[in-house]
Design a protein around this ligand. Structure first.
Ligand code: GLY
Length: 382
C-alpha cells in the first residue's frame, strides 16, 4: 500500500501539515520517533510574539504577522472540531528596560517598528507599573506590543493531533525514520525497526532531528538550540501581559502559574535542565518581579528549538526531489508558524503548488563554503 503523504514528525508542524492534507482528501501517515511526541511543541512557552521576536522588518516579519493575524480563527476552528479546550490570550506583551543598555535596545526596536507602521506603544516606568503592578520598581521604561499574544501550546498540540486524526491521518508513534530513498514513482521511508513504507510525497517536519535522516538529497543544516524553562505557582494570577526583558520572559498562564524562559544554548542534544540554566531563569524572573522570590517552582524542563544558519525556516520542495518537501527549522517561532505552515505545506503536498512565496525559505539556499573560502577563514592554514 502506498500513502499519498508521509509526514515525518508529529510535533505541531507535522500535525498541522497532516491535518491540512487529510482535509484535502490525501491518505496521510505521520511518523515520530517518540511514542509521546513532546520536544519543542511541548517545551515551548506558547508565545505568539512577532513584535518581540523580530529584529527587523522584511519578508519573514510579514509571514510572522500573517501567522499571528490568522491564529485566533484557527484556534476557534480547532476547538470547535476537537474535544480539546485551547487557552488563547490576546493581552499583549510588555518589554521592559531595566538599565541603560536595555533602554538603547528598546529605543532601536521602537524606532524601526514605528517606522514600519507596527503597533507599539512607548511607556514610562510608572505607566508600565500602572498596567502591571507586580513588576519591579526598577523599570526605566517599557514597550507595549498589543499584537503579541499567547496560546497554551500543549493544548494546541493535542488539538492539532486529534484534528489530524479526525481528518484521516494515521499516526505511527515510536517509529523513528532513519532514511529516505527516492524512487521513480514513490519514496521509500525506512524505519529503525527495519520496516519501511512507500509514499508519493514525504514531508520532513522532524524539527531538530531533520538533518539526521539518511538519503536526503542535500545536507540539512538544522541544529538543536536548547531552551530551558520553569514554571512558578502563585495563589492568584499576578500578571496579565507577557513580560519580557532583553534577557528572557515570564508568560502568565491560567490561575497563578507563570512560565519563565528561556536559555538559548548550542550544546547538541543535551536534555533536561542544569543548575546554571535554572540560575539564569531565576534571575530573569526575579529581575522582572523581585516579589516572586518565595514562589514554589512547580516544574522545570528543556526542549530543542530547530535552528538554521540564518534563523529562517526551511520550507518547500527539494529542487532535485520535488516529492520531498521540507517544513522544518522554525527555530523560535514554531508554535506561531504551525497553522500557516500547515496551510502552505499541506496544500503543496496535495496539489503540487502554492501561491506562497517560499523563495526566502528554499532548502538549497545553504551551500558548503568552498575550499578557497575555508582557507581564508582559517588564516591560510591548509
Ligand atoms: N519563542 C521563545 C523562545 O524560543 O524562547
Amino acid at each position: 500500500m502506498t500513502y499519498d503523504i508521509a509526514v515525518i514528525g508529529a510535533g505541531v508542524i507535522g500535525c498541522a501539515v497532516a491535518r491540512k492534507a487529510g482535509r484535502e482528501g490525501a491518505r496521510v501517515v505521520v511518523l515520530d520517533r517518540d511514542e509521546q511526541p513532546r520536544s519543542a511543541s511541548w517545551a515551548a512557552a506558547g508565545m505568539l510574539a512577532p513584535h518581540a521576536e523580530s529584529d527587523s522588518s522584511g519578508e519573514f516579519l510579514s509571514l510572522l504577522l500573517r501567522a499571528r493575524a490568522g491564529f485566533p480563527t484557527f484556534v476557534e476552528s480547532l476547538a470547535a472540531e476537537t474535544s480539546v479546550p485551547i487557552a488563547y490570550r490576546a493581552d499583549g506583551l510588555l518589554l521592559l528596560a531595566l538599565n541603560e543598555a536595555d533602554e538603547a535596545d528598546l529605543d532601536e526596536r521602537f524606532a524601526w517598528q514605528a517606522a514600519a507602521g507596527l503597533e507599539v506603544v512607548r511607556l514610562t516606568g510608572s505607566e508600565a507599573r500602572t498596567i502591571e503592578p507586580a513588576i519591579t520598581r526598577e523599570v526605566h521604561s517599557a514597550l507595549l506590543f498589543p499584537g503579541d499574544h499567547q496560546v497554551e501550546n500543549r493544548q494546541l498540540h493535542a488539538a492539532l493531533r486529534q484534528s489530524a486524526a479526525l481528518a484521516g491521518g494515521e499516526f505511527r508513534l515510536g517509529e523513528a525514520v532513519t532514511g529516505i530513498q527516492a524512487g521513480s514513482e514513490v519514496l521509500r521511508v525506512e524505519m529503525g525497526s527495519g520496516s519501511h513504507l512507500a509514499a508519493k510525497v514525504v514531508v520532513l517536519a522532524a524539527g531538530s532531528w531533520s538533518g539526521e535522516i539518511a538519503g536526503l538529497p542535500r545536507p540539512l543544516p538544522v541544529t538543536p538550540v536548547h531552551g530551558q524553562l520553569l514554571a512558578i505557582d502563585s495563589a492568584e494570577p499576578f500578571l496579565r501581559h507577557i513580560i519580557a526583558t532583553p534577557r528572557g520572559y515570564l508568560v502568565p498562564r491560567s490561575g497563578g502559574r507563570a512560565i519563565v524562559g528561556a536559555t538559548s544554548e548550542r550544546v547538541g542534544f543535551r536534555e533536561g535542565t542544569t543548575l546554571a540554566g535554572l540560575r539564569q531563569l531565576a534571575s530573569i524572573a526575579l529581575e522582572i518581579s523581585p516579589s516572586l522570590e518565595g514562589r514554589p517552582v512547580a516544574a522545570h524542563w528543556g526542549g530543542f528549538r530547530p535552528g538554521t544558519p540564518d534563523d529562517l525556516p526551511i520550507l518547500g520542495a527539494d529542487p532535485d526531489v520535488p516529492s520531498l518537501i521540507y517544513a522544518t527549522g522554525h527555530y523560535r517561532n514554531g508554535i506561531l508558524l504551525a497553522p500557516i505552515t500547515g496551510e502552505i505545506i499541506g496544500g503543496l503536498a496535495v496539489g503540487g503548488q502554492t501561491d506562497a512565496d517560499l523563495f526566502p525559505y528554499r532548502p538549497d539556499r545553504f551551500r558548503e563554503p568552498d575550499s578557497a573560502e575555508l582557507s581564508e577563514e582559517s588564516g591560510g592554514l591548509t
